[in-house]
Design a protein around this ligand. Structure first.
Ligand code: AMP
Ligand code: ZN
Ligand code: FE
Ligand code: FE
Length: 279
């Protein structure tokens, strides 16, 4: 028996494990099937693929995209089981990265106007392919402006924080169209984390726009949540996905493969269920 984890981040986005470190940790944790789902980039997957092959680990190419829905943010996972997405999709990702850079410049300006001594270069030192708010949080903590990541988001970086800047992002329908158009399988990430939890009505709407799966197993979920989303998936005849949402030290307490104190267990049947929806 081996574990499955279809939601993980590397240093190519806002995780703290490099792609190779993540592969080694996955093998050590007894994971047989792993997806790398970095925000807005697939370079972590590309880097990890050779080592995963050598280690006999089934590595799935994934991505996590931030989308707009009803005036708030919703995350969408995409899994590419067959070929890499076409160049148009890669170009679109480049535009997302540019929107992120623009947001980062504005965020620095806001923090500076609050009297905080911080530069973009200091924050970018922690990011590689992209710089995200968890990297900002690290600098704010290091400089004594927040005691921990939660406080950095509550006070400065989060939607209610003093320095918050909205990032340009696709609507959920646009992102669903782009992922499916590129041959991927879109799955709604951690549906309880939206402003109000996403329920049947919203999921029905997303299924009409091309949603093929919902993340039923996740480290945010109670066992009742996991059951609830499996029931919803069955009702709409879509697949389920699942993973820990491992970020290394950027989200301490979440273990690769098993989540928070073992609250994640992704059954092996999830993988063929998703794969069957790819092309
Ligand atoms: P970004 O993509 O740069 O806007 O940053 C999003 C990242 O920040 C995601 O990995 C989130 O999990 C993390 N994040 C968002 N809000 C919070 C929060 N309130 N506390 C901790 N992490 C957060
Ligand atoms: Zn993340
Ligand atoms: Fe997410
Ligand atoms: Fe994630």
């Amino acid at each position: 028996m081996s574990l499955v984890d279809l939601h993980t981040h590397t240093t190519e986005s806002d995780g703290t494990y490099s792609p190779d470190e993540l592969i080694r940790a996955a093998v050590d944790a007894g994971i047989g099937t792993l997806a790398i789902t970095d925000h807005d980039t697939m370079t972590g997957y590309d880097q990890a693929a050779p080592l995963a092959k050598d280690a006999g680990l089934d590595l799935i190419r994934g991505i996590e995209l931030t989308c707009k829905y009803a005036g708030a943010t919703v995350h969408l996972l995409g899994y590419f089981f067959n070929d890499a997405p076409p160049v148009e999709f890669e170009n679109w990702l480049e535009e997302l990265l540019e929107a992120r850079r623009d947001r980062n410049r504005k965020l620095i300006a806001n923090l500076q106007s609050l009297g905080i001594d911080i530069t973009l270069a200091e924050v970018e030192k922690y990011g590689r392919r992209l710089t995200g708010r968890p990297h900002f949080a690290r600098v704010l903590i290091k400089k004594g402006h927040a005691a921990n990541v939660k406080e950095a988001f509550d006070r400065y970086l989060g939607e209610s924080g003093e320095a918050f800047v909205e990032r340009e992002a696709p609507t959920i329908s646009e992102a669903l169209g782009l992922i499916t158009g590129a041959g991927g399988v879109p799955s709604l990430a951690h549906p309880t984390r939206f402003r109000k939890r996403l329920e049947e009505a919203e999921i029905a709407e997303f299924v009409d726009a091309g949603l093929a799966s919902v993340e039923a197993f996740h480290s945010d979920h109670s066992s009742a949540d996991t059951e609830r989303y499996q029931t919803i998936a069955a009702k709409f005849a879509i697949a389920v996905s699942g993973g820990s949402d491992f970020h290394g030290d950027n989200k301490p307490g979440i273990q690769l493969g098993t989540g928070i104190n073992g609250n994640v267990f992704v059954p092996e049947w999830v993988v063929p269920g998703l794969r069957a929806r790819s092309r």
